[in-house]
Write a protein that binds this ligand. Structure first.
Ligand SMILES: *[C@@H]1O[C@H](CO)[C@@H](O)[C@H](O)[C@H]1NC(C)=O
Ligand SMILES: *[C@@H]1O[C@H](CO)[C@@H](O)[C@H](O)[C@H]1NC(C)=O
Ligand SMILES: *[C@@H]1O[C@H](CO)[C@@H](O)[C@H](O)[C@H]1NC(C)=O
Length: 559
């Protein structure tokens, strides 16, 4: 196993994660199996209790781990599936050590930061690095470790010390440290200033780690460009020598595909606009994965994504009285959009506006995708306006409704009394061949996607909907949980209980999102008729097959 530690200097938020994932991408394109670990020096143990107002999107992993966007970036760049334990926090390490202490594992000795905490960090990293993350379930060969925060933070000290020790344990050819820094260019002189970087490198050295490589990347038009820029700076050759890797110096086909993708991204002419009708907090990245999934799909069909954020409260009648300019602007945007997306959400505020948007998409035959709460609301809307159940509601918002079309359906696991949120990867089985989504998923019998919800469509009432044309085409394996809805006689009106955005990849766009973009650009039926192939002019096929030959290390295992 080879370990690449990525540290940051000067300030945070300079794209350390993107550089770390790009390094992984490059090595993966050389045929190596790559995994990633993100260290966040926080005391928190898991992200489940995070307030969405404060933290933006919660990203869900296959194993139900609730993490932040950074692991999502690794998954997307490296096309891998990570686990909860690929996120290390100070809190998790301390909890692990304290549990061992309680268990008597330290034989009553004094337990200290050095060596106990630092040892625990090293063990965790070594164990987690071995866990397969690819479809082929083989042990990874490279582990990229991103240390959050900047060098010199008090919180990060135990981790820096752990890696100082680890570099000797792992041996030189198996460990390297890359430092990502900021080089400001003040207006007055227009010169690049390297002083802050020199200082942070000095601080790192003082702590016993010396960076092998300090990377500077200028701001770029798209993150797809970063692996290409790194490659152009000769990084493949560098890693080959420094870590003694059995690879060629030349960039592989996979990297060429990234280059084509980045080039394509910069040259898009046609535009497709999607209205994202949600709830907005101060944070712009509340819907980061939804945005990425839309972007992957738009890119696949050679369109520039024009994403229009609409705050659903602004579509509500009450807004018309309060601020009619905002109200009309919001509706103008909605009407202009080529497609409408109602994503997952939380809280009752803005629900009415989302229902209005769904109604509009349904009656005006605008392509529509509802995700999680978005699907549930599509069912509520249909019940109220097509079944005439005027008070139909979700019990989340009205516990006493006479028409509970969406109800609390927690998941019961062996040994847990109360039932919990349905979280992580679960299977959805298609009930019919007559389903757009099934075709988009490559005519599979079932799909596996990630979930995060408690409320679901009430299975007792579904027959009433089906009679009127709203079909429940996908269920869970027991047939009790409604996973996918599709409306008849509509170009694309689809709802999914799961969150397909978490498994969208730049070169493998998520089918429900791709369907929305295809419908929004008027190309869905042609795509389906061609057997789900993109048109030759989009010629994406040369991008999507990634078959770089595998590389094995001769016999390079370390302790
Ligand atoms: C890791 O978990 C902590 C604690 O829940 C959280 O604060 C942090 O954002 C997570 N990091 C990643 C990369 O998911
Ligand atoms: C630097 O210059 C650019 C244009 O030359 C200007 O837009 C910007 O506001 C300036 N920034 C500062 C901090 O003076
Ligand atoms: C039911 O749902 C709507 C959303 O349309 C919400 O605004 C309403 O207050 C809910 N509850 C009741 C008791 O009607």
């Amino acid at each position: 196993m080879k370990y690449i530690l990525v540290t940051g200097g000067v300030i945070s938020g300079i794209g350390k994660g993107i550089i770390a994932s790009s390094i992984g991408t490059i090595l993966k394109s050389c045929g190596l199996r790559v995994t990633a670990i993100k260290i966040d020096p926080y005391i928190n143990i898991d992200a489940g209790t995070f307030s969405p107002y404060e933290h933006g999107e919660v990203f869900v992993l296959n194993d139900g781990g609730e993490v932040d966007l950074d692991l999502g970036n690794y998954e997307r760049f490296l096309d891998i599936s990570l686990y909860k334990d690929n996120n290390i926090t100070t809190g998790k390490i301390y909890q692990h050590v304290i549990n061992k202490e309680r268990h008597g594992d330290y034989l009553g000795k004094t337990v200290q930061v050095v060596p106990h905490i630092t040892d625990a960090v090293q063990e965790w990293v070594m164990n987690q690095a071995k866990v397969p993350v690819d479809d082929d379930r083989k042990e990874p060969q490279i582990c990229v470790i991103e240390l959050g925060g900047t060098i010199g933070d008090i919180e990060g000290m135990p981790f820096v010390e752990a890696f100082r020790q680890f570099q000797f344990k792992a041996k030189r050819e198996n460990f390297c440290n890359i430092h990502v820094s900021l080089v400001p260019q003040p207006n007055a002189t227009g010169e690049q200033k390297t002083k802050p970087t020199q200082n942070s490198v000095r601080a790192l050295r003082g702590l016993g780690l010396s960076p092998d490589l300090v990377i500077f990347i200028h701001d770029v038009s798209s993150t797809y460009r970063v692996p290409i820029l790194l490659e152009e700076q000769g990084i493949i050759k560098y890693f080959k020598q420094r870590l003694n890797l059995p690879i060629d110096d030349q960039p592989s086909d996979l990297l060429m595909k990234w280059k084509k993708m980045a080039d394509r991204y910069e040259r898009l002419l046609k535009v497709c606009s999607i209205a994202l009708v949600g709830k907005y907090t101060k944070l712009s990245d509340c819907y980061a994965s939804v945005f990425k999934a839309l972007e992957h799909s738009a890119l696949a069909i050679n369109h520039k994504l024009d994403l229009m954020y609409i705050d659903s409260t602004e579509l509500e009648r009450s807004m018309e009285a309060e601020n009619s300019v905002k109200y009309h602007q919001a509706w103008h945007k909605l009407c202009k959009a080529d497609g409408i997306l109602v994503p997952g959400g939380f809280g009752i505020r803005g629900t009415e506006g989302k229902l209005q948007a769904i109604s509009w998409a349904r009656t005006k035959k605008k392509p529509f995708l509802g995700v999680c709460l978005g699907m549930q609301l599509a069912v509520v809307e249909f019940a109220r306006n097509c079944l005439n159940w005027k008070d139909a509601n979700s019990t989340e918002f009205d516990p006493d409704t006479k028409n509970p079309v969406v109800i609390d359906m927690p998941e019961h696991n062996p040994g847990d009394m109360g039932g919990t949120m349905r979280l992580g990867k679960r299977r959805t089985v298609f009930k019919t061949q007559n389903s757009v989504l099934r075709k988009l998923y490559g005519d599979e019998m079932f799909v596996e996607e990630r979930h995060r919800h408690r409320y679901e469509v009430n299975p007792e009432l579904t027959h009433c909907f089906e009679e009127k044309g709203l079909k429940f085409v996908g269920h869970d394996t027991e047939g009790k949980r409604m996973e996918i809805i599709e409306l008849e006689n509509h170009p694309y009106f689809v709802g999914v209980q799961f969150h397909p955005e978490f498994s969208s990849r730049p070169m493998k766009p998520s089918p429900p999102y791709l369907g929305l973009l295809l419908a929004a650009t008027g190309t869905l039926s042609a795509y389906l008729q061609r057997g789900c192939k993109l048109s030759p002019s989009d010629s994406y096929s040369d991008l999507s097959d990634d078959s770089s030959p595998e590389k094995e290390f001769p016999n390079s295992e370390t302790s």
